[in-house]
Design a protein around this ligand. Structure first.
Ligand code: SF4
Length: 191
């Protein structure tokens, strides 16, 4: 079957994580993954991003389509709501911590993060290399970059584990972007 350009969007995810090894400031691109889905949702009144343009979903499909360990349907404990709320809560807490801690660093009350963390607290034992040195970057900008990168790293890692265990896009059932999109669409329908 002829490939479409959207079949290669997984490269964007790989590029995003690779760019962090050149300079962590590239992590700011991660904001696009939070802004574009909702911009498209409001414009098209449907989940355009999730239905065909999400680079992360593309990576899950690329790696696990026809290769997931069990290939079984997404387990009910994942789809029944609790986990959606847990990850929505995680997403909100993460964004709040990201903003508040960046303000603290900006004000000089916190020295800032210089390593990647999984689930906000588990710091990876190694530093990622910074192959391109940029002089004069503010501490708060570096801190914010590590926060965004850590958030993307956490959700992608969990998505990879779920995709490997069940079906490629299992993560999508609990992805906060999906949950918030559902709420927005529902509110639009009933209003
Ligand atoms: S639910 Fe999340 S991971 Fe899945 S396609 Fe949408 S934004 Fe991407």
């Amino acid at each position: 079957m002829k490939k479409r350009w959207t079949d290669f969007l997984y490269l964007v995810t790989i590029l995003f994580f690779a760019l962090g090894f050149f300079n962590i400031l590239f992590a700011w691109l991660g904001f696009l993954c939070m802004i574009i889905p909702f911009a498209l949702l409001l414009k098209n009144r449907k989940k355009t991003w999730c239905q065909g343009y999400c680079p992360r979903a593309s990576l899950f499909n690329f790696l696990f389509k026809g290769r997931s360990l069990t290939g079984k349907a997404v387990p009910r404990w994942l789809t029944q709501g609790k986990f959606k709320l847990i990850f929505l809560f995680y997403f909100c807490i993460n964004l709040t911590v990201l903003i508040l801690s960046t303000i603290m660093v900006f004000k000089g009350k916190n020295s800032g993060m210089e390593r990647i963390r999984f689930m906000m607290i588990f710091q990876l034992p190694w530093k990622i290399p910074q192959l391109i040195k940029i002089e004069g970057i503010s501490r708060w900008a570096v801190h914010l970059s590590y926060r965004i990168y850590s958030m993307m790293f956490t959700t992608t890692t969990i998505g990879l584990i779920l995709g490997f265990l069940f079906k490629p896009r299992t993560w999508c059932t609990i992805c906060p972007v999906n949950t918030i999109s559902d709420v927005i669409l529902y509110k639009r329908r009933v209003s």
